[in-house]
Design a protein around this ligand. Structure first.
Ligand SMILES: Nc1ncnc2c1ncn2[C@@H]1O[C@H](COP(=O)(O)OP(=O)(O)OP(=O)(O)O)[C@@H](O)[C@H]1O
Length: 257
């Protein structure tokens, strides 16, 4: 990993809420242009980890850099350079596709020709050509999701953070969404994504299983399947959760300090 440019690097990153240890000394390295999948049951600390990496939540302990900027000391520099989208993405339903893109262009400070050209690129990337004047409220879930992704990409972020981006979206739209993600990664954009869908996890370059604040195992999907002698990531995920929950020392819950 020494010769690869890292978009994300954390050592011992930790978050406590009161006495509740939600993210417990996590070490993470994500090389530029990779798709890194964060997997784990509900309440494991995935979103909390992401909030620290986005520079919106101050870590309790440990260190981390995102695109070379310190998560504690330079959160504003991080916010300007990343794209973020969650399951609960925010579009203006009464505005058209183009008006939504115009609105977010303004927020990112894009003007004139730059804004127009970037919007055109993203409308093509997301397949929204011909729907520019359609109101967001009339788009299906999959189209809304691709419009929200386009809004998050307007300022050409080097790192895209996606928190359960495809939850509740039909399989065809999920496939199209992942085709776009894969294309972005080929263009050098780093992607950090959380998902509960194991077919999506298999498309990642690397995955980390996070369980109640700890990264239990990490690696390339194919290597993990081979190493743990399982049929697929779904089987591995279930096995890990069952093992942890039956471990009386770990207790299957968050730790208190
Ligand atoms: N601001 C907060 N104050 C107190 N506890 C919090 C806060 N934010 C999150 N938590 C707790 O931290 C734990 C981890 O939450 P988090 O949202 O990071 O998990 P997650 O892995 O993203 O779950 P999901 O898959 O359901 O999104 C949960 O028990 C949650 O209640």
């Amino acid at each position: 990993m020494r010769f690869m440019e890292l978009s994300i690097k954390t050592e011992g990153l930790t978050k406590k809420f009161g006495k509740l240890l939600v993210v417990n000394h996590v070490n993470l390295e994500v090389p530029k242009g990779h798709i890194y999948g964060f997997l784990g049951p509900n309440g494991s600390g995935k979103s909390t980890m992401i909030r620290m990496l986005c520079g919106v939540l101050e870590p309790s302990d440990g260190v981390g850099t995102v695109l070379g900027f310190d998560v504690k000391k330079e959160p504003e520099s991080i916010k300007q350079r990343i794209g973020y989208m969650s399951q609960k993405f925010s579009l203006y339903e009464e505005l058209t596709v183009k008006e939504n893109l115009d609105f977010y262009s303004g927020i990112y400070g894009l003007k004139g020709k730059n804004s127009k050209e970037r919007q055109k690129e993203l409308i093509e990337l997301s397949g929204l050509v011909g729907r520019e004047n359609q109101r967001a409220s009339s788009l299906s879930g999959g189209w809304k999701q691709r419009l929200a992704l386009s809004c998050a990409l307007l300022h050409k972020p080097e790192l895209l953070i996606l928190d359960e981006p495809t939850a509740g979206v039909d399989p065809v739209s999920r496939r199209i969404f992942w085709d776009i993600i894969t294309q972005l990664s080929k263009e050098g954009v780093t992607i950090l994504v959380t998902t509960h869908y194991m077919d999506e996890a298999e498309l990642c370059d690397e995955i980390g299983f996070i369980f109640f604040g700890h990264i239990l195992i990490k690696g390339k999907p194919s290597e993990l399947i081979e190493k743990y002698n399982v049929r697929n990531l779904n089987d591995l995920f279930i096995r890990l959760v069952e093992e942890q929950e039956s471990n009386p020392l770990k207790g299957g819950g968050l730790e208190y300090v």
